[in-house]
Design a protein around this ligand. Structure first.
Ligand code: PLP
Length: 381
């Protein structure tokens, strides 16, 4: 019985695509693996908030054993809906000036749950070719028909909308704002305009890598591009720059009510622990104040990309996520190992996370990386 599993793993290993869980110890900005201490350039802690002791200390000062609740003990539809949920959702609405919001256990729950709940067999989902696996899974679980448009290609999307709009009750365009593996970004304003040229098109944007990092108030690319209003499903995660856990949506009230009634990944799971929700709110309340970090991250990202370009690396990134392409998986592995020996914890990204033949190492800059470290990284690459 187990032989076929072994064969499958052997095949992955032969293609250099076998994965294992890294055994690492965290020490602030660094990780220690096999006795080697390295600067962590693979984390999504983009503002450096998760590794910052002072923030946690300030939060802990407010906690008492009475309010420190490590479990909600039930689904939000039963007894798991603590006041911390409402308070966080209220804050989200206030920050985004949105009609309503809803918090989920993770970005993965969010993306696998929303699309099945808001589509039916008369829905067509049009998704960017490079959207995250969680969105693909959501599409697969939904009764909608679906098509992919070429990555960030609005003309292709437009032609698909034009060709199909009369045949469906509703069409939902699905994209990320900053893409997780290429670090490039969607033109949200253009997507909003495109959407508005049809009465039956809705727009779903996942800001997982942009929230906290972009915009004057850290509200993401939609805030930066001034088009929060034009997005029907504005979503993101607390697990990256916001140093917490959970997913969220900003939407119209009727959508929220619909999700509460139909979204299986909200209904059939134990709600986030109140202490997590409180921590998320604590970070969100301070989000506006992190402009220095956002500006600094932008500055070092531009610098690194400029230097990589000068060395002849082609790089699609317009953000702090900076892939260094190797094409081949083996090359990605050896390059990552080489950089690790030199003190930078970089990891190879291989299929199926990215398309076959586009393996890479992925540099994830954070606001806690110093300029001398960026210099050293450049000299070693
Ligand atoms: C990380 C990520 C998610 C998943 O969010 P989690 O909160 O980690 O489950 C969803 N979408 C995108 C684009 C992501 O990069």
């Amino acid at each position: 019985m187990l032989q076929s599993y072994r064969e499958e793993l052997t095949q992955l290993e032969e293609k250099s695509n076998l994965r294992t869980l890294p055994e690492i110890v965290h020490r602030g900005r660094d990780v220690i693996r096999q006795g080697r201490q390295m600067l962590n350039l693979s984390s999504n802690d983009y503002l450096g908030l998760a590794s910052e002791l002072a923030l946690r200390k300030a939060f802990l000062e407010r906690l008492t054993p009475e309010c420190f609740l490590p479990s909600s003990s039930s689904s939000r539809l039963l007894t798991g809906n603590f006041t911390a949920n409402g308070e966080l959702e209220e804050l989200l609405c206030r920050l985004y000036k949105a009609e309503s919001s809803l918090v989920f256990n993770s970005g993965y729950h969010m993306n696998t749950g929303i699309l099945p709940a808001v589509s039916n067999s008369k829905t067509l989902i049009l998704a960017d070719k490079l959207v995250h696996a969680s969105l693909i899974d959501g599409i697969r679980l939904s009764p909608a028909k679906f098509l992919r448009y070429r990555h960030n290609d609005c003309e292709h999307l437009e032609s698909l909308l034009c060709r199909n709009h009369a045949d469906y009750e509703r069409m939902i365009v699905v994209t990320e704002s900053i893409f997780s593996m290429d670090g490039d970004e969607a033109d949200l304003r253009r997507l909003v305009m495109l959407k508005k040229s049809y009465p039956n098109v809705m727009l779903y944007v996942d800001e997982a890598h942009a929230v906290g990092v972009r915009g004057e108030k850290g509200l993401g690319c939609a805030g930066e591009q001034g088009c929060i209003d034009g997005i029907d499903f504005l979503t993101g995660t607390f697990g990256k720059a916001l140093a917490s856990v959970g997913g969220y949506i900003l939407c119209r009230r009727v959508i929220r009510d619909c999700l509460i009634n139909k979204m299986r990944t909200l209904i059939f799971t134990t709600a986030l622990p109140p202490v997590n929700l409180m921590w998320t709110r604590f970070v969100l309340e301070r989000l506006e104040g992190f402009n220095d970090r956002r500006d600094y991250l932008k500055k070092i990202s531009l610098y690194l990309k400029g230097q990589l370009a000068a060395k002849g690396y082609e790089c699609p990134s317009t953000s702090h996520i900076i892939p260094v392409m190797t094409g081949d998986s083996r090359k990605a592995i050896s390059k990552a190992e080489d950089m690790q020996r030199k003190g930078f914890y970089l990891l190879p990204v291989r299929p199926p996370t990215v398309l076959e033949g586009t393996s890479r190492i992925r540099i994830s800059l954070t606001a806690s990386v110093r300029t001398d470290e960026v210099e050293r990284l450049i000299s070693l690459l």
